[in-house]
Design a protein around this ligand. Structure first.
Ligand code: AMP
Length: 115
């Protein structure tokens, strides 16, 4: 847990969020500034700064985050149309919150490569 991390605060219930799924390991909530009709963020409760910190100690947790992404995509009816799961790492990728999160984006046609 990082005291001043906004996503840790959401995970602790100290900042409101529209939570769509949570359990003892992860929290998923709607992005406050959605980039698509469906835009959900999935975070581990454990503070991990970015996916650059994935190692043998937390790889199973990352797999679980992606399992929850698949579950949420079903919940949000995105499977037939398709959707994107993405994580930004560091400045060049535009990571603005230094707590690892996976974006689940769907409900519109996506462009590739991303801007
Ligand atoms: P990134 O730029 O990849 O670090 O993604 C951070 C995301 O967090 C952005 O899409 C923001 O809109 C979103 N965000 C920031 N603060 C909040 C918040 N309090 N509740 C929900 N989403 C947030």
């Amino acid at each position: 847990m990082a005291d001043n991390c906004i996503f840790c605060k959401i995970a602790r219930g100290e900042i409101p969020a529209t939570i769509v799924y949570q359990d003892e390991r992860v929290v998923a909530f709607r992005d406050i500034n959605p980039g698509a009709p469906v835009h959900i963020l999935i975070i581990p409760r454990e503070h991990i700064a970015s996916a650059a910190e994935i190692d043998a100690s937390n790889a199973a947790l990352v797999g679980y985050l992606l399992q929850i992404a698949a579950q949420i995509a079903k919940q949000e009816n995105l499977v037939d149309s398709g959707y994107r799961v993405v994580t930004n790492i560091g400045a060049d990728a535009g990571q603005s919150v230094p707590h690892m999160h996976f974006h689940v984006l769907g409900g519109r046609q996506m462009a590739w490569p991303p801007g």
